[in-house]
Ligand binder design. Structure first.
Ligand code: FAD
Ligand code: FES
Ligand code: FES
Length: 1364
């Protein structure tokens, strides 16, 4: 072979040219953008394709067609070398602060769709990509200002992007606002128009969108670039062969000398199978034309292996645009629909069909594509060495794992015509259906089980029934090593006249065949799913063989027709199956104008910058020269001595600089990682590691990648000899009396007399038990810090933290230096939710320790897996209760024992008894006694997570109410109502925080909500729905919450510059919760008391600046929902001081000149040496530090009895914000918290194995809500409950309490399950269902299905058989 001359890698980023001659081919595009360019808008959220924070638009020029192709992709998986000749657009490339924001950015800001902002740039690019491609479509021109995109497409634009803050509703509004078919009235709260304005006015107020300017501005210099690429250095090379022969020679050449080769197409496989080792040579298959073609002829459709899933979908759908709709075309369309649920758009756009199948073949990846192709008897074309062969997919999958010398060239879906034999009954039909039970309907989640069935049916000659001629039934995912056909069932069904009893037998055969290979917890679920799929497919075919309007017994089936009307009908039926997203939401705000601009729903400060990606997060701060990067080596054992740690020796050679451990704590320093008022925790384990995830050491290396690799490869030598076994459960803790002490002031007091209450009861439930599990924060930005050593033993640490003050003092203690040597700076945090409070401190301290020792800057950005393993999360607990109640549902006594699993260090766990009790007391229990033990176990320490303890307390209360109602067979809503507090009982239960009688708004919220949500009528509609539907059941539930809040002392400082601009500093940290925005409003309001000209524009002059622990001490921590209001109050006090100082001068000047402008006043004040900086420390008084807040929600859900899926149909919330400081910000908090709660109650499993190692450690298995899993109708009303004397301008907090309202979804699900169980029992002639069952948290699909009856299909069929 001729020796090739190395070429250079050339590409563009936002129009800038980059040319590289030496690249490590394992470098991802994300890595390059973040470390080698100034474009930081691409964020690292997961590194595995599962979150969308890193999405970019890739544009490629096709010289033959003279066209530019644009598609979104995840830059964390895209290898840099694969973008040769491409143009990359990031969010700052779409628009930015300097050259002007794009309307996408402005609308994200205006619709209040960005909170912490970490996800926002990725969202913007995903939407931009959808618009760019929509505008290329050849379809009628939309009205001016709109895109060609439709509402449905627009919402789906961000289907794979995760956001942990907003709850997605406002983001959906942004997307929809571009769609030509949008109903403007449907768009939610925004800063552009007010409710009731005309549509034309609304449109004119939207930041204008010009379709003609939405193109990716492909740079001319890239049009000249040849696409073949050969990069070579001493160590690595990248090859892009353009023919199979070239590829064969490359392989032959390299095999000989043992070179490590990686074949790549788009590298998305690395999201799942992470590379543990490096490779010497990368061979990119995309240049080989045979692999990129799609060919169609009468024998079928052949798709090249390198064709992307998106392109395959397009090609398959194209067929249905033909005038002839055949069984085959319908099959192709259904395959395309199913493929649209694989991963997410930005993955499908690059992921190849062949790559997917090779992953399935080689590594048993649970591929969707394999089951689809198996069902349609697809063929694959494989090249091995120089041999070519066609195999059935089945043969391909069953072969031993493909070697490197084998390349998949193409797959072929054969035309059905070939399958029809001459003698075939003319009325016989092919029916095809696919199934996918996955945690998220639109994809971005691997399925629990999926299936595809191709069945040929014909009418029975002797009766009017349906005969199964042949069938191919394929199942995949966790059911087997790879996709399989259940041949026993196929053979059993072939030739049979379909009847209930035949189906019953088939179901039983399928259940026996689908047994997951290793995951025992899902065994029963997967088997019952398989039964459900079979039932769904065959049940409609039982009975007469009727074809009407293209439907065969409910299946979509069309013989060859050229009937357009019929075709349209079919499309209608067909597309109904594609899940639709959020339909709408309503927001009702009662804003006050008394304290203008406080109370205005103004746009979040810096939102547009967040959208364009210019907002700077800690990891966006450019690395100082000489900077090193850290990664943790953590314990894999719950309790063990650490004898030794070894790294791979070669790593040390290539840039691992040190391993920092407790031995490196300097003289005078302390091995301390964090502290709370309850205790401390060590920075590093000394001799003994005490939990899985315990920090053992900190590897420091030249790059983050190297540090992570070194930490991963570390071999730790443990010793457990003569050690007591670790404490891994609360039961163990009780047995060994392993508890944390709870200070008496945090221990809940008994209320009333329990014995008396129990004696008064007509009924008792004794010693009922329940368990609650953990939840992970899933902040989009993981833990991160950068420490920079300075002169004279000083250090500056940039930390993403909720409590810089605590980090500051810990760093000083750890390093043994005075506190005035330390400075901690925090500008913004990419989501905290409690996880960046105590848990962020050791991260900052580790960097500081390493930096001081090595005298070099050290930073860390934790990878998602490590973050998940170390985080600890929400407190799991075991609850035992006894409750006494009257015949009418009135509860007379409640006795609770709760064992909280706090993990190994105390963190803030000692507050749990107080928090649990405070939320649980929302009902009048008559008498209440609580015994809450905070157990010390060998798990990572649990920390505060949004509503810590309150979420559980509130839910426990609901579970008890549900149990009481079930025992009495009473309507649960009546039991709730009867047990709500009167003001008198409220005083008893909340001794110090009950407030004034008119501040107790819950009873009025409760009844208002019933009207707003149409509760009574909808309850009847739900009953009617349940009566007429067998396989879907609905439930509706109304739930109240009561939340006790505490204000803490907070500092504030306001400085006015000579030009009249203002800088504000506060103790509170901007976490996305809108603290800065509220603070700005407050400063503008308070300073406007000076009453001079121009103060109405003050808001624009104010900048809230980053928190700096030297500039402002005693900042405290940002948590407990009240930091915004106390920061506001501190600022108000500072402003008052300034106003008082300025007043004499102002009055004097006014007298002299009649009126005085703000700028003039300030300039004069400067000249006259008025002190224009004031600070204050707000200390809440005794009667203002504690208060209660109230809200209620009604949720309606629908469950699918066959697969256990719950759809969230509608949620209505009324929440009391007092007089909201900013209703738009509070609305965002309410919706975002609710959706986070929905995740806790319904989706997010965060389990550990027996050693305490978390099982869900990434986006593949930890599923937070996405846009397709939020309530389809989401209505929120913010109640303006008037004047509250002791509150900050009458406002109340909104950050945490609404999370508790998500229990309404869980309770509604329980109600639906109750209906399902009743129905199942009715099939065996039993009326009385056991309604005291418990629904676990999270109520994921298997949990719901289990309660509805894993054998529901068999029971139904048996019942049917009994009736015939
Ligand atoms: C976040 C995410 C979610 C996903 N969700 C789903 C899902 O729901 N359902 C589903 O089915 N799949 C899912 N996938 C898998 C996805 O379909 C595959 O990652 C993708 O198709 C692989 O294609 P690729 O071009 O990126 O392959 P690469 O990553 O480049 O290659 C994958 C492997 O196949 C080898 N290879 C690739 N092409 C060939 C060939 N032609 N011949 C021989 N070897 C080859 C490579 O050497 C490598 O070992 C998901 C992936 C991600 C990242
Ligand atoms: S960081 Fe790339 S998808 Fe999450
Ligand atoms: S705004 Fe979406 S993750 Fe914070």
């Amino acid at each position: 072979m001729e020796l090739q001359t190395p070429t250079s890698l050339v590409f563009g980023v936002n129009g800038e040219r980059f040319e590289l001659s030496h690249v490590d081919p394992s470098t991802t595009l994300l890595e390059f953008l973040r470390t080698r360019t100034r474009f930081k808008s691409v964020k690292l959220g997961c590194g595995e394709g599962g979150c969308g924070a890193c999405v970019v638009l890739i544009s490629k020029y096709d010289p033959v067609l003279d066209q530019v192709e644009d598609f979104t992709a995840s830059s964390c998986l895209t290898l840099l070398c694969s973008i040769h000749g491409c143009s990359i657009t990031t969010s700052e490339g779409i628009g930015n602060g300097k050259e002007g924001f794009h309307p996408i950015h402005e609308r994200f800001a205006g619709f209040h769709a960005s909170q912490c902002g970490f996800c926002t740039p990725g969202m913007c690019v995903s939407l931009f990509g959808t618009l760019v491609n929509a505008e290329k479509r050849n379809c009628p021109e939309p009205p001016a200002g709109f895109s060609k995109v439709t509402v449905t497409e627009a919402e789906k634009a961000i289907a794979g992007n995760l956001c942990r803050c907003t709850g997605y509703r406002p983001i959906a509004d942004v997307c929809k606002s571009f769609a030509a078919d949008v109903d403007m009235e449907d768009l939610g709260l925004n800063s552009f128009w007010r409710k009731g304005e005309s549509k034309n006015l609304m449109l004119s107020r939207l930041p204008q969108y010009d379709r003609n300017q939405t193109n990716s501005r492909f740079p001319l210099f890239l049009k000249e670039i040849k696409h073949d690429l050969f990069l070579a250095s001493e160590k690595h090379s990248w090859h892009r062969p353009i023919s199979l022969t070239e590829f064969q020679s490359l392989l032959k050449l390299n095999h000989a000398n043992g070179t490590r080769i990686k074949i790549v197409v788009s590298n998305t496989g690395m999201g799942y199978y992470k590379d543990k080792e490096g490779y010497d040579k990368y061979i990119d298959l995309r240049g080989i034309s045979e692999l990129s073609k799609i060919r169609k002829d009468r024998t079928g459709i052949e798709i090249g292996a390198a064709v992307t899933i998106s392109k395959a979908i397009e090609a398959l759908k194209e067929e249905s645009r033909s005038d002839f709709l055949s069984d085959y075309v319908i099959i192709l369309e259904k395959i395309a629909d199913h493929l649209s649920k694989v991963a997410s758009g930005f993955i499908r756009n690059t992921a190849s069909v062949g790559g997917n199948l090779v992953m399935a073949q080689r590594s048993n990846f649970p591929s969707d594509i394999a089951i689809l192709l198996l069902a349609v008897d697809a063929m694959v074309h494989v090249m091995t060495g120089t041999q070519f062969e066609w195999l059935t997919l089945e043969e391909f999958l069953e072969r031993p794992p493909l070697g490197l010398e084998s390349v998949l060239l193409s797959i072929k879906i054969p035309s059905l015509e070939l399958n029809k034999s001459e003698s075939s009954e003319p009325r016989s039909r092919f029916l095809f259906e696919t199934y996918r039970a996955s945690p998220r309907p639109l994809g971005n989640a691997l399925p629990y089980l999926n299936a595809a069935f191709l069945v040929k049916v014909s009418p029975c000659k002797d009766s009017d029934g349906t005969v199964i001629d042949t069938c191919r039934l394929s199942f995949s995912a966790y059911a087997s090593k790879h996709a399989i056909r259940v041949k026993k069932v196929e053979e059993f069904l072939a030739g049979k006249l379909l009847s209930v009893s035949i189906l019953y037998d088939a179901v039983n055969l399928v259940k026996a065949a689908i047994v997951p290979k290793d995951d025992t917890s899902k065994t029963a679920y997967c088997s019952s799913l398989a039964a459900g799929f079979i039932f769904q497919f065959f049940n409609p075919l039982i009975g007469p063989f009727v074809i009407s309007n293209g439907n065969l017994n409910g299946h979509i089936n069309l013989p060859f027709v050229k009937d357009f009307e019929l075709k349209e009908n079919w499309k209608h039926v067909h597309h109904d199956k594609v899940p639709t997203l959020l339909s709408s939401g309503k927001q009702v705000l009662e804003a006050g104008c008394e304290y203008h601009p406080v109370g205005e729903p103004i746009v979040k400060s810096g939102a547009a910058l967040q959208a364009s990606g210019e907002a700077v997060f800690v990891d966006d701060i450019p690395s100082p020269s000489n900077c090193l990067h850290g990664a943790y080596i953590y314990s894999a054992k719950p309790l063990a001595r650490v004898r030794n740690i070894k790294l791979m020796p070669e790593l040390q050679l290539v840039g691992v600089r040190d391993i920092i451990s407790s031995k490196d704590i300097p003289d005078g320093g302390e091995n301390i990682g964090s502290k709370t008022i309850f205790g401390t925790e060590p920075l590093f384990a000394e001799e003994m590691a005490r939990c899985v995830g315990d920090r053992i050491a900190f590897v420091v290396a030249d790059t983050q990648k190297l540090a992570d690799m070194a930490a991963n490869s570390a071999v730790v030598d443990y010793d457990t000899e003569n050690l007591e076994p670790p404490i891994l459960s609360v039961e163990d803790a009780v047995e060994r009396s392993s508890f944390f002490e709870v200070p008496p002031f945090l221990y809940p007091k008994y209320v009333g007399d329990i014995s008396k209450g129990m004696a008064e009861a007509d009924h008792k439930i004794l010693s009922a038990e329940m368990k609650l599990e953990s939840q992970y924060y899933f902040y989009m930005e993981t833990q991160t810090a950068l420490a920079v050593p300075d002169e004279d033993n000083c250090i500056t640490v940039y930390s993403s933290t909720q409590c810089p003050e605590f980090s500051h003092s810990i760093i000083a203690r750890c390093l043994g230096i005075p506190e005035n040597n330390v400075r901690v700076i925090t500008r913004r945090v990419g989501g905290g939710f409690g996880g960046k409070a105590i848990k962020s401190i050791p991260v900052a301290a580790s960097c500081a320790l390493a930096a001081l020792k090595l005298q070099r800057p050290v930073r860390i950005y934790l990878n998602r897996k490590t973050d998940m393993i170390m985080a600890g999360g929400r407190h799991p607990m075991k609850i035992t209760y006894s409750v006494g109640f009257k015949n009418d549902g009135k509860i007379t006594a409640l006795e609770l024992q709760i064992l909280v699993n706090a993990g190994i260090y105390v963190d803030v766990s000692a507050v749990m008894p107080h928090n649990i009790a405070s939320a649980l007391k929302k009902y009048d229990w008559g008498a209440l006694s609580l015994d809450i033990k905070v157990c010390r176990t060998n798990h990572p320490s649990r920390s505060a997570m949004r509503g810590p303890g309150e979420v559980q307390g509130s839910f426990i209360a609901e579970a008890i109410i549900e149990n009481v109602a079930a025992t009495l067979s009473m309507d649960v809503d009546c039991v709730r109502s009867i047990n709500l507090h009167t003001y008198e009982s409220l005083q008893l239960f909340y001794e110090y925080s009950h407030g004034e009688p008119d501040e107790y708004t819950l009873p009025s919220i409760w009844s208002k909500l019933a009207v707003a949500a149409n509760y009574d009528q909808r309850t009847k509609m739900v009953q009617e729905f349940n009566r007429i539907n067998t396989w879907k059941k609905r439930g509706i539930s109304r739930v109240p919450v009561m939340f006790q809040l505490t204000q803490r002392p907070t500092p504030g400082k306001v400085s006015i510059f000579s030009d009249g601009s203002i800088a504000v500093e506060v103790g509170g940290i901007e976490l996305g919760q809108g603290l800065w925005t509220k603070v700005k409003q407050m400063a503008a309001y308070a300073l406007s008391a000076i009453r001079c000209d121009g103060t109405e524009g003050l808001l624009e002059k104010i900048r809230v600046v980053q928190s700096d622990t030297v500039g402002m001490i005693q900042g405290g921590f940002t948590s407990g929902s009240t930091t915004s209001e106390s920061s506001c109050e501190a600022v108000r006090l500072s402003c008052n001081i300034l106003v008082e100082r300025l007043k004499p001068l102002k009055e004097k000047l006014q007298e002299e000149t009649g009126s005085i402008k703000w700028e003039t006043l300030i300039l004069q004040a400067y000249m006259q040496a008025v002190n224009l900086s004031a600070s204050s420390f707000y200390v809440p008084s005794n009667n203002s530090s504690n208060y209660l807040n109230y809200g209620a929600a009604v949720s309606e859900v629908e469950i699918d009895l066959l697969n256990g899926e719950t759809r969230f149909l509608q949620t209505d919330i009324i929440f009391d914000c007092g007089q909201s400081l900013n209703p738009a910000v509070d609305l965002g908090q309410i919706e975002g918290a609710f959706v986070q709660g929905l995740g806790f109650f319904m989706m997010e499993q965060y389990e550990t194995n027996l050693d305490g190692l978390v099982l869900q450690d990434g986006t593949w298995n930890y599923k937070i809500p996405t846009i397709d899993t939020i309530p389809k109708q989401f209505n929120v009303q913010i109640l303006n409950s008037g004047h509250h004397q002791h509150r900050v301008l009458s406002s109340k907090a909104s950050g945490e309490p609404p999370l508790l309202l998500a229990a309404s979804i869980h309770c509604a699900t329980r109600a639906a399950i109750k209906e399902a169980r009743k129905q199942v029992l009715s099939w065996s002639n039993q009326d009385e269902a056991d309604s005291t069952f418990q629904l676990g948290v999270p109520a994921i699909m298997p949990v719901v299905k289990e309660l509805c009856g894993p054998d529901i299909v068999e029971r139904y069929l048996k019942w049917k058989m009994g009736r015939t």
